[in-house]
Design a protein around this ligand. Structure first.
Ligand SMILES: [Fe+2]
Ligand SMILES: [Fe+2]
Length: 317
């Protein structure tokens, strides 16, 4: 019978980014903010402004929509953003808790950094929910969403931990990219929504590093065979998410119809699908999959992963 070979050499190679738990913990303690300071009381969303940057929303190519309708679609997409981030954090939270629980003694900075990570994700779930409540209260029309989150979380968590950790790493770098590439310099966004994106980015910056360490730790426990299937597992979760996104785009079209009261032609529906499916794919899949830091770790997990993912990423751009 063939004996499984462990891979400590790969997991401990000096090619890995050098992140340290005490520094990450210190940054997390410094950044810490409260949900109450971002939403609620006098702090409300301003529906006269767009919420998402155009590079993620891609409403401008839809020239059969008026300016007001394009802004409304931008806001429907922002509602998806709140919901989908809340949804993915539903599986990140238990995954990180399970991971830290596997070694609770001996490295206090590690335990505290991972517990902060989990606590911050629980806070983000609350943050996204409260923004959604404010959105729903003002928007006036229900926006249907995919789910339920628990079922999606269960489906993702049924995959190998190495694949799940890679998906989480993708999500963390994706959040960094959204803010740095398209939000920080955008002066036209609603200040409240922009503040949410900024504060999320501030804490996710530590998560991206912790996730890299988490992938590295999980890799130390994996056999060659498990490692060789990691990218396949990551892509399987990706295609599951992609199916959900396609359904979400159909819901968004229905929401837009409901709120504008317009009847669109079949050609307009087709154009909407074409532009918005790619916009949604870019937002949640392409921006993470093609992030250079994510690709670097994927390559350390499995040789050839970078080229493989770079060949697939344009499908989500
Ligand atoms: Fe988060
Ligand atoms: Fe995170």
């Amino acid at each position: 019978m063939e004996t499984a070979i462990k891979t400590p050499a790969i997991a401990d190679s000096t090619a890995w980014p050098h992140y340290e738990f005490p520094n990450i913990l210190a940054a997390s303690d410094r950044v810490n903010w409260r949900v109450e300071d971002l939403i609620g009381g006098g702090k409300r969303l301003d529906f006269s402004m767009p919420f998402l940057p155009e590079s993620l929303a891609r409403v401008e190519p839809l020239d059969f929509l008026s300016e007001n309708e394009r802004r409304t679609l931008n806001q429907i997409r922002a509602h998806d953003y709140l919901y989908i981030f809340g949804l993915v954090e539903e599986f990140i939270l238990p995954f990180v808790l399970d991971h830290v629980r596997s070694a609770l003694h001996g490295n206090e900075a590690r335990v505290r950094a991972f517990l902060n990570f989990a606590g911050e994700e629980a806070k983000h779930i609350d943050l996204f929910k409260r923004f959604r409540q404010d959105f729903i209260a003002s928007f006036g029309t229900a926006c249907e969403v995919i789910g339920p989150p628990e079922a999606i979380a269960q489906a993702v968590l049924s995959k190998h931990p190495l694949a799940v950790a890679l998906v989480i790493l993708h999500i963390e770098w994706m959040t960094q990219r959204h803010f740095v590439d398209s939000i920080v310099d955008d002066e036209n966004l609603d200040p409240q929504f922009k503040s949410l994106l900024k504060h999320h980015w501030m804490e996710e910056s530590q998560h991206a590093k912790l996730d890299t360490l988490m992938v590295q730790e999980i890799l130390r426990t994996c056999t060659e065979e498990e490692r060789s299937k990691a990218i396949d597992g990551y892509l399987e979760i990706g295609s599951m998410i992609d199916e959900g996104l396609a359904q979400q785009v159909r819901f968004d079209f229905e929401s837009l119809q409901r709120v504008t009261g317009r009847a669109f032609t079949p050609e307009e529906f087709e154009r909407f699908q074409e532009v918005q499916l790619q916009a949604t794919r870019w937002t949640f899949l392409g921006t993470g999959m093609s992030h250079k830091n994510f690709l670097a770790v994927a390559e350390l997990v499995q040789e050839g992963a970078k080229a493989r993912l770079e060949a697939i990423a344009p499908f989500f751009s």
